[in-house]
Write a protein that binds this ligand. Structure first.
Ligand code: FES
Ligand code: FES
Length: 161
């Protein structure tokens, strides 16, 4: 049995002590140890973006990130995106504009978009498309997803998150 090491992770503003193996990826630790199942496993190979979370505010693929890499950093998942109990504007916009169908890819898209809007609150559609180019959706043609992100970018709420 590989040795487990006790680490401390900050996730969505809370501190957790966890025993992990050196090769445990953040995706498994979030889903299985912390029950944060909003972060999805799509390909498990770094190609679909379904597992996107924030590490110190930047988008990261949790399936390619070791849990130990997240020590001393702030992890944010889709569960931590809402503010004071209110859904993030992107979560509302995806619902309003039909940006999700089966919804499996939606958390990854929203985390990628939130990271974009945090550094570029009013991106062009081209900038939005470029930012989400690593996120795959098997259900839709991306137009509604871009519409939803663009709608938030048009509002002051874009600076949230
Ligand atoms: S599950 Fe991580 S990129 Fe697909
Ligand atoms: S809404 Fe189904 S995979 Fe994107």
């Amino acid at each position: 049995m590989p040795t487990r090491e006790l680490i401390t992770l900050r996730v969505n503003g809370s501190t957790h002590e966890l025993a992990v193996r050196p090769y445990d990826v953040l995706l498994d630790v979030l889903r299985e140890n912390l029950n944060l199942t909003g972060t999805k496993r799509g390909c498990d190979m770094g190609t679909c973006g379904c597992c996107t979370v924030h590490l110190d505010g930047e988008p990261r693929l949790a399936c390619l990130t070791l849990a130990m890499e997240a020590v001393g950093r702030e992890v944010r998942t889709i569960e931590g995106l809402k503010d004071k109990g209110l859904l993030h504007p992107l979560q509302r916009a995806f619902a309003e504009y039909g940006g999700s169908q089966c919804g499996f890819c939606t958390p990854g898209f929203i985390m990628t978009a939130a990271a974009l809007l945090a550094v570029n609150p009013h991106p062009t559609r081209e900038e939005i498309k470029e930012a989400i180019s690593g996120n795959l959706c098997r259900c839709t043609g991306y137009v509604k997803i871009v519409d939803a992100i663009a709608a938030v970018a048009r509002t002051k709420a874009a600076t949230v998150g």
